[in-house]
Ligand binder design. Structure first.
Ligand code: FES
Length: 414
């Protein structure tokens, strides 16, 4: 065995004992081996795995050689450093290292000299429109034959995702919203499973509407086939205040956007909890009026690319009270003829309609309203992107008079 090899073995024993090469131990070795201290120091400083200073409490190394470099080792190091800096952790050092012999699992790393097979994933990014994204967890070992089979166990937190600037909703129509997402993400056998919550604030789904004044919260679970680029939305819930609806369906990546086919069902939802959300779908209550009682039921199919959603289905409002709305005074011509008086609040026994809602407006068909103080009304009409209401209604008025109420022009919403 050469002198240099013996020296390296001695240094290795010292480092194993102390975790590094203390000056006193090197002096003792110099005397014992009858070698000049500068020779020993020269060998110790030549090999990067010998340490001349005490190691950090946690020594994270990321391989910087070619295979790992090509598989994102640089980005991984940077995101680890940013992750640690953001948490103010001291005693943890991230540094590059030469090939760890794990090239087939690149990018490879070690923590305190123990090779980590499932390397820590820690990504943080700013999003267009001011939001941020954090992804952390484990990924790997990399499946070389099919990357969709690589195991992933991660958590994703997205704050203030702007649905307009990211193109999820069409900004050219004025649509938008801000989403906060918290989800877990696991890939098993090419199927990504997610479970989490979305809080959607200031939602605006129809041109000419106004942003919702209340958040919409979704509790969801999905299973996504990474090879087919399509997934299933398992039964999930939507909540607005205490109003709860159920949601399920399918979705698929289509180029830059995602197409969905969703069913939304809600029964007996408190109408007053939904009132502040109605402007988001282009429904404005008359100025000064509010829904103080009643329940809303809905059965909708939401379909298409997320930036061009089309919704079809039925909506029903039952046993409702529209407080602060005197319909009789708004229909003065009819009132003068029939003596119609509705008072300052409007009781609605039933109001049902089929709806077709697209980003550029809303169409109602088979509209039926039973309003005890007025009578029964039937009709159909549209509410366009400029908030023009065009409804043709026929009414059987209380007391037996029958009237054609004609086009409502600016309508009851004015
Ligand atoms: S190149 Fe990184 S482990 Fe081999």
């Amino acid at each position: 065995m050469s002198e240099r090899t013996m020296l390296i073995d001695e240094l290795r024993v010292i480092q194993q004992e102390h975790g590094y090469l203390p000056a006193a131990a090197l002096r003792a070795l110099s005397e014992r081996a009858r070698l000049p201290l500068y020779d020993i120091h020269g060998v110790a400083s030549f090999y990067p795995h010998f340490r001349l200073t005490p190691p950090p409490a946690v020594d994270v190394r990321v391989c910087a050689d070619m295979s790992c470099h090509l598989r994102g080792a640089d980005e991984l190091s940077r995101s680890l450093e940013a992750h640690l800096a953001a948490r103010g952790l001291s005693g943890v050092v991230v540094r590059p290292v030469s090939c760890l012999g794990q090239c087939d699992r690149a990018p490879a790393g070690s923590i305190n000299d123990v090779i980590v097979q499932d390397i820590l994933l820690a990504k943080a990014a700013d999003l267009p429109g001011g939001g941020s994204l954090k992804l952390y967890g484990d990924v790997g070992p990399m499946d070389k034959s099919d990357s969709t089979l690589t195991p992933v166990n991660a958590k994703l937190h997205v704050a203030s995702l702007n649905l307009a600037t990211t193109g999820i909703l069409d900004p050219s129509l004025g649509l938008g919203g801000v989403a906060d997402v918290d989800t877990t993400l696991a890939n098993e056998g090419g199927f990504a499973q997610t479970n989490g919550t979305v809080k959607l604030s200031k939602a605006l789904f129809v041109q000419g509407g106004s942003p919702s004044g209340v958040p919409l919260n979704v509790d969801y679970s999905t299973k996504y086939d990474l090879r087919k680029n399509s997934g299933v939305l398992n039964p999930s819930t939507i909540k607005i205040g205490s109003a709860t609806a159920h949601l399920n369906g399918t979705y698929a990546a289509q180029g830059e956007t995602t197409a969905v086919d969703l069913k939304v069902n809600g029964d007996g939802m408190p109408a007053k909890d939904l009132e502040a959300f109605l402007p988001a779908i282009g429904v404005h209550l008359p100025t000064g009026a509010s829904l103080t009682a009643g329940t809303l039921s809905t059965n909708l199919n939401v379909k298409g690319p997320t930036n061009k959603l089309v919704t079809d289905g039925t909506i029903g409002l039952y046993s409702a009270k529209l407080s602060g709305f005197d319909l009789g005074s708004k229909m003065s011509a009819v009132s003068a003829l029939t003596g119609l008086k509705t008072g300052k609040d409007l009781d609605i026994e039933k109001l049902t309609t089929n709806v077709h809602m697209a980003p550029n407006g809303l169409r109602a068909e088979n509209f039926i309203a039973v309003v005890p103080s007025v009578g029964n009304m039937t009709g159909a009409g549209t509410l366009d992107a400029k908030n023009n209401l065009d409804f043709k209604m026929a009414a059987t008025l209380t007391g037996g008079a029958i009237g054609a109420m004609g086009s409502a022009g600016a309508g009851v919403g004015s």
